[in-house]
Design a binder for this molecule. Structure first.
Ligand code: DX5
Ligand code: ZN
Length: 228
């Protein structure tokens, strides 16, 4: 795994779903100034999830405006049809859902061959055994701690056991990310097993991004374990 693509962990990944899209450039600059090292980009197609967000055209414009790591979370059906576009526009990490692609090895290899990090995401209702065969094929496992599709939902408590299971199965070198309902109250529960904390509401609903990111990073760090 290229070290340039791996941020200092634990890291807070602002989910851009909740940013002000009318002022994207300013939002990016504010997040850079707030100390973010990556941006989490939620791509939704209105089919795999019951919501629509944005796609490669918007990511291309984000790429022109920042050198931060771009962490694309593809909540889309048939990602094989669109993968080339997400590679072309400069996503650094590309995560696909196991529920969308039951046999994802070829796609994961394609992402790695392009020099990017390959991620697999699992929904709350999917068991970790569904991704067991991918241990050597992924750089990142993203555990959904809410049903994908919308920001602002409550953390599902079963996710605590799930990240433990993922960490045990995938070992210390794989990045483990958690997404949904993450904030100062939920980070301590999962911090031993998680490297990347995706956070939407707990950053964008706050007046000061820097304080929010700093506070959550400190909470993650103080509850972390050496492998993070
Ligand atoms: C939900 C997305 C999340 C979402 C998180 O499907 O994957 O990244 O934006 O939002 P919060 O942090 O508000 O739960
Ligand atoms: Zn996400």
């Amino acid at each position: 795994m290229s070290s340039e693509l791996r941020p200092k962990c634990p890291a807070i990944a602002p989910s851009m779903l909740k940013c002000d899209f009318g002022d994207l450039q300013i939002e990016i600059k504010k997040l850079e100034a707030a100390g973010a090292s990556l941006l989490h980009l939620d791509v939704m197609d209105g089919h795999f999830v019951p919501n629509l967000s944005y796609g490669p055209m918007v990511i291309e414009r984000i790429r022109e405006r920042t050198d931060l790591i771009l962490d694309a979370h593809l909540m889309i059906s048939a990602p094989e049809k669109y993968l080339d576009e997400y590679l072309r526009v400069g996503c650094d990490w590309i995560t696909i859902h196991i529920e969308a692609v039951p046999k994802p090895v070829h796609l994961l290899e394609k992402i790695r061959d392009a020099g990017r990090l390959a991620g697999i995401a699992i929904n709350p209702g999917t068991s970790v055994s569904a991704i067991a065969a991918l241990k050597e094929k992924v750089d990142l496992v993203l555990v959904m701690s809410v049903e994908p599709g919308f920001g602002g939902q409550s953390f599902i408590p079963d996710s605590v056991e799930k990240v433990k299971e993922v960490r045990k199965m995938f070992g210390a070198d794989t990045l483990v990310s958690i997404d949904g309902g993450i904030g100062p109250a939920t980070i301590p529960e999962v911090a031993r097993d998680v490297n990347i904390f995706v956070a939407g509401s707990s950053i964008f609903d706050k007046p000061d991004y820097e304080t929010a990111i700093h506070e959550m990073t400190e909470i993650a760090r103080s509850n972390s374990s050496p492998h993070n």
